[in-house]
Design a protein around this ligand. Structure first.
Ligand code: ARG
Length: 607
């Protein structure tokens, strides 16, 4: 609905700018409608006067007031009450009828509010992707929650997505691990705590390597590494015994991941680990194609690489514009990077497996491939996409949805335990904090009820905290602060929603919005209604940025605005506006519910 209003404004704006002979401004720099940010601003606002300032050689404020005048001259826009300027901004304030229609729409559409019905695009959506034989760390936690929520956002925006957990289950490190396992005489410990044991084996390998390095025994270091490489080569060429052992590692890891995904309430459509593309021969196909087409070239020591030039990286965002260059001989030039697709011993690399994954995914016919992976792999992905384009994969969009580092305030290396703090440790900590918060808030709760609520608060905390910051920003997960009922937290938002829900449960029947439309709204009511109306725009913004952060921030705004209303107005006692306010609360709860579904924050009946 708001979109219709916005489109109308854009249409008028375009017509005015055409009259003014400034239409290019609007085409090269499309008219942007801002979302509501504070009371001064209308729900819709445009900064277009700023864009026109240099072209017209006049101050933005003057242009804005002329523009506003021109808008008014064009006659009323249905749904808009007043058009005002504030500095260079032009603000559009919605009218009462629009408010009523919005409330009607929300109550009618329920969880479809803000949702795009038609499929706009099909995408493979890769997220989480932890590595086997290790516990998940806090970075995987951020990835998993961010990915899951963004997946929900895209689904709501008409994307047909397949959620794929691209498990890191292949690579030379498993050669080392298999070797260590064969060497070890305490492998019976695997049964009991498989992942902890495998992690220990990794560390054994690392210690051995470090010791040899320290002693300056370079040859022995090389030999140790060679052994690992040999084991990996054997695994990759199908050695049955190693494969069987690897299967055990893999299965144990998947079980442990599953337990964490259960706690986070996350699901995938497929779990295609890196191994899948090796086993199903996608890696050998891609290597052959690259070599046969002369895209990959052999290096002196017998490896094969795809040279990536600076130019190749230029249009990563738009693969169809790629300038594909094939090097005859990488020695011709030195301004290139090499993307290794076969090591000198003939084994695959992380990059080979990613290219093979692309080949496979493209055969499934997606419009877009989305990768939720940390920012530290940014350059790698640019090269990967450039290599893929050289291989002819040009009619699919590649997107690396990168995100910043996450850490605990004290760092994720526990000095006390002398080990890395895992994602599970963080979840346990949050659960514990949530339990204290819940008990403090209501000491009369029965034990079981308190646990149940604490579980919901813990999930709300973890989900909110992992999407609250802009995804590219680094962030610190302060588990204590994040669980608090006060501040910019998940539980704060949950608490407001619970409050709303309980008002509804106390009330008898919710009247139809149109039947109570003449009851008077005060400024708090109006502000809340405006918040509700802007929800679809927020979802749209999340889609544009591939980032659920605006939704998290919106939930905070909604909770604050609702709390203000709650404190200023007595919802159920207010004689004059009682029914209309009840409608408002019902719509608010509906929007909370809808947004909670997308963010995976549980709605609690009691807190
Ligand atoms: N397993 C990797 C990690 O934990 C992330 C995989 C990213 N995805 C990819 N297609 N390369 O760091």
């Amino acid at each position: 609905m708001l979109q219709v209003l916005r489109d109308h404004i854009i249409e008028d704006m375009t017509a005015i700018l055409e009259e003014w002979e400034c239409a290019e401004v609007a085409t090269t720099d499309p008219v942007e409608i801002n979302e509501y940010t504070d009371e001064e601003k209308g729900l819709l606002a445009t900064p277009v006067a700023f864009q026109l300032a240099s072209e017209l050689g006049r101050p933005p404020a003057d242009i804005a007031s002329d523009l506003a005048e021109a808008f008014r001259d064009r006659g009323p826009i249905e749904g808009i009450d007043t058009i005002e300027t504030a500095g260079g901004y032009i603000n559009f304030h919605i009218d009462e009828a629009f408010t009523t229609r919005t409330l009607e729409q929300i109550l009618e559409e329920g969880s479809d509010y803000g949702v795009v019905e038609d499929t706009v695009e099909s995408a493979l959506f890769e997220f989480s992707s932890p590595n086997i034989a290790k516990p998940m760390h806090i970075g995987h936690l951020r990835n998993t929650v961010l990915g899951d929520v963004l997946g929900n956002v895209l689904a709501a925006r008409g994307y047909d997505i397949v959620r794929d957990n691209h498990i890191g289950d292949w690579g030379v490190q498993f050669g080392h691990l298999l070797y260590e396992f064969e060497q070890a005489d305490d492998t019976d410990r695997f049964e009991e705590k498989p992942i902890d044991y495998l992690l220990e084996l990794y560390q054994r390998y690392g210690r051995q390597e470090a010791k040899l390095e320290e002693a300056g025994r370079e040859d022995d270091v090389e030999q140790l590494r060679d052994t690992g490489r040999e084991y990996f080569a054997a695994l990759e060429s199908g050695d049955a015994e190693l494969r069987a052992l690897w299967e055990r590692f893999s299965e144990a890891s998947r079980n442990r991941f599953d337990a964490t995904y259960d706690r986070l309430d996350v699901d995938f459509d497929t779990w295609h680990g890196e191994s899948f593309y090796v086993t199903e021969s996608w890696t050998s196909q891609i290597r052959e194609a690259a070599i046969d087409d002369g895209i990959a070239v052999e290096t002196e020591d017998g490896a094969y690489v795809i040279p990536i030039y600076d130019d190749d990286l230029a249009d990563v965002e738009d693969p169809t514009q790629a300038d594909v260059r094939v090097a005859a001989d990488p020695a011709d030039s030195d301004d290139y990077e090499t993307f290794v697709i076969t090591k000198r011993d003939g084994t695959t690399t992380y990059g080979t497996r990613d290219l093979a994954t692309i080949a496979y995914r493209i055969e499934q016919g997606y419009d877009e491939l989305l990768y939720v992976v940390g920012s530290e792999q940014r350059e790698y992905f640019q090269q990967l996409f450039a290599a893929a384009r050289k291989l002819g994969y040009t009619d699919v969009r590649f997107t690396h949805v990168d995100y910043g580092l996450i850490d605990l305030p004290e760092g994720s290396m526990s000095t006390r335990a002398g080990r890395l703090i895992t994602a599970e440790d963080v979840l346990d900590q949050v659960r514990e904090n949530a339990r204290s918060v819940v008990e403090e808030n209501d000491p009369t709760l029965a034990d079981e009820t308190a646990s149940e609520i604490a579980a919901g608060v813990a999930l709300g905390t973890v989900r909110f905290e992992n999407i609250a910051k802009r995804r590219t920003k680094n962030t610190t997960f302060d588990t204590e602060q994040a669980t608090s009922l006060e501040g910019d937290t998940g539980p704060y938002v949950q608490y407001a929603a619970t409050r709303g829900l309980n008002i509804l449960l106390e009330a008898d029947e919710i009247p139809a919005p149109s039947a109570v439309a003449d009851q008077p709204f005060n400024e708090f009511d109006h502000q809340l209604a405006v918040e509700l109306a802007r929800y679809p725009l927020v979802l749209e913004r999340c889609e544009e940025r591939y980032d659920p952060a605006p939704l998290a921030q919106y939930l905070l705004d909604l909770a604050r605005t609702f709390n203000k209303l709650y404190h200023e107005n007595r919802v159920l006692d207010a004689s004059q506006a009682r029914d209309r306010r009840l409608v408002l609360v019902a719509a608010t709860v509906e929007v909370f519910e809808t947004a909670f579904e997308i963010t995976g924050i549980p709605m609690l009946r009691k807190m």
